[in-house]
Design a protein around this ligand. Structure first.
Ligand code: ZN
Length: 417
């Protein structure tokens, strides 16, 4: 009862303290004591039906949290409840998303409300859901392909959690709904223009999304055939040899993953674009090839983020993979890097061996299903070795895949038993 009391008291007090902003009022609840800490911000709109739903959600969250505190009063740690929001309104609807985090757990709640007609809009009412889920499926594979659980994806692709703003439709997938080992909410943003929704607010010209999406048909056909797969990877580029390397790959119906340096991206924008169009994958290999374990946390994060940024600015593409320069990695570096860290298990040592035939032998002698081969796209001898490496591996019945495809294949096989 005490909890209820405080809530109503606070709500009452906050009627006076709420800020007005674009015709909405922001309510705030802040409480802190030895056992817990609460910080809640949420909007009220003067539309009764919408406000009632929002307040009900806030009340319930708040009360459940306090109830939990009474049960766990012996705990020495300070528990936390935070709720924040995004708000968007156009001429037809209001779209509100509440982001709740309770101790380490996240929850998202969305409200899409047609305020002139006084009803809550479902995604199906809003847009052709077939289009949406086709795109969502592709984007999920592109961004989270390495952690998606296919059986969960089949079951949970349709989500009731969505919101919009002037540019995008957002779909939210709660923790564990699509993956057993991804702890955060997966958020997909789909440009409204891509869905042919022309609201007056959509005025800005959108960049065409790069077609670096994982080719599902290809992944599936490889799995059906139960073929052995191998991933070629090239570090330290792009370089003057990149153009020829991607041509050789294309001629041989092969793909590779290129771990590139941020500071080289601008000079090779065209060839990198072509590489993506050919089905290759780009990963992050730091900005200028530093020894990461010797850097401070902020410097490590900057090496990664600057490279993400320049790749996105130049190509409209966001890498999901990271390979540390010199393979220099420890637990601290891993913590600083928000991407999937990819090393290798076959090292051609092409930086050391000057002979093309030696590189060919090292690349092909010990390859097994799912091997990841390390090469560098900065040596002419590596480029020269490539056609023969491909020929030998093809002869051994290997199919060439990118790292994200490789990860996808691993989970597909797990799923197929
Ligand atoms: Zn390197």
């Amino acid at each position: 009862m005490r909890a209820k009391w405080i809530l109503f008291l606070l709500l009452f007090l906050c009627i006076g303290c709420g800020n007005r902003k674009n015709d909405i009022k922001i309510e705030t609840i802040i409480e802190e004591n030895r056992h817990y800490k609460i910080g809640i911000n949420y909007p009220l709109t003067h539309y009764q039906k919408l406000d009632d739903s929002i307040e009900q959600y806030i009340h319930t969250s708040y009360q459940n949290f306090l109830k939990q505190q009474e049960k766990e009063i012996t705990l020495t740690t300070q528990n936390e409840l935070n709720i924040d929001y995004t708000f968007y309104q156009n001429k037809e609807m209001i779209s509100i998303t509440l982001f709740k985090s309770e101790n380490e757990e996240e929850e998202i709640k969305t409200f899409n409300y047609a305020y002139k007609k006084d009803y809550f809009i479902s995604l199906e009412k809003f847009v052709s859901s077939e289009d949406v889920y086709n795109i969502a499926n592709t984007l999920l594979f592109k961004r989270f392909g390495n952690v998606l659980d296919l059986s969960l994806l089949k079951k949970n692709l349709h989500t009731s959690l969505f919101s919009i703003d002037e540019e995008n439709l957002y779909l939210y997938y709660p923790p564990y709904s699509l993956s057993n080992h991804y702890l955060d909410t997966m958020i997909i943003d789909i440009p409204l223009q891509k869905l042919n929704i022309e609201t007056e607010e959509v005025k800005r010209v959108h960049h065409e999304m790069m077609s670096a999406e994982v080719d599902l048909e290809k992944v599936n056909s490889i799995i059906d055939a139960n073929k052995k797969v191998v991933a070629l990877t090239f570090d330290d580029g792009p370089s003057p040899y990149t153009d020829e390397i991607i041509s050789i790959l294309k001629e041989n119906d092969a793909v590779a993953t290129f771990f590139i340096l941020g500071n080289k991206v601008k000079n090779y924008a065209a060839v990198l674009k072509k590489s993506l169009e050919y089905g290759n994958e780009l990963g992050n290999h730091t900005y200028n090839h530093k020894w990461l374990t010797k850097l401070k946390d902020e410097e490590i994060k900057k090496q990664m983020q600057d490279t993400q940024d320049i790749i996105y600015e130049t190509l409209g593409y966001t890498p999901v993979l990271f390979r540390p320069s010199y393979g220099s990695i420890n637990q601290r570096v891993r913590k600083d890097i928000a991407l999937d860290v990819v090393l290798w298990n076959i090292d051609t040592m092409d930086w050391k061996y000057k002979s093309t035939s030696k590189i060919i032998t090292r690349a092909t002698a010990n390859v097994e299903d799912k091997s990841i081969i390390l090469m560098h796209e900065t040596y002419e001898r590596t480029k020269k070795a490539l056609p023969e490496i491909i020929r030998i591996l093809k002869e051994k019945d290997f199919v060439f895949v990118t790292i994200s495809e490789l990860k996808q294949i691993e989970s597909l096989r797990k799923y197929n038993g």
